[in-house]
Design a protein around this ligand. Structure first.
Ligand code: RB5
Length: 153
């Protein structure tokens, strides 16, 4: 599975750790920046870069990281076709895939320990979307992206 990953300065350290760990596990990881924790950058820029890549290539999954994961997840979810989930443990990571078919995972570089974050990503990658009763809910989420707003039908 190819993974694209991006962070702001608050997520840079965790991003570096995850790139190393996931590469060791055999994943192809593309780093979309930022390149340092030394100067402040804006998390929407990196979340958007990841989100657009994921939407362009459905075989790709994305990881976005900022200090808390909150801003990055909000930004990523503005891109049509993205279902970004902010997770904090293995359970929420597994649910993000099984129930929500999240194609982007958000993590907090200042809130989540490295090994917990790695467990989140690996659990999410290995989980399988369950479909069934969850699909109409995802269809309603997708409908929210429609300019004419067909949600609620
Ligand atoms: C940057 O200081 C911080 O606001 C950002 O990384 C993130 O936590 C925002 O949600």
């Amino acid at each position: 599975m190819k993974i694209v990953i991006g962070s702001d300065h608050g997520g840079f350290r965790l991003k570096s750790f995850l790139i190393h760990a996931l590469t060791l596990k055999g994943h192809e990881v593309e780093d979309l920046g930022t390149d340092s924790s030394d100067h402040a950058v804006d998390y929407p820029d990196f979340a958007a870069a990841v989100a657009h890549k994921v939407v362009a290539d459905p075989t790709t999954l994305g990881v976005v990281i900022c200090g808390t994961g909150i801003g990055a997840s909000i930004a990523a979810n503005k891109v049509a076709g993205v279902r970004c989930a902010l997770v904090h443990d293995g359970y929420t990571a597994r649910m993000a895939r099984e129930h929500n078919d999240a194609n982007v995972l958000a993590l907090g570089g200042r809130t989540t320990a490295e090994e917990v974050a790695l467990d989140c990503v690996v659990t999410w990658l290995n989980a399988i979307y369950q479909g069934g009763r969850h699909q109409p809910r995802l269809d309603k989420i997708a409908a929210l992206e429609c300019p004419l707003g067909s949600a609620g039908k």
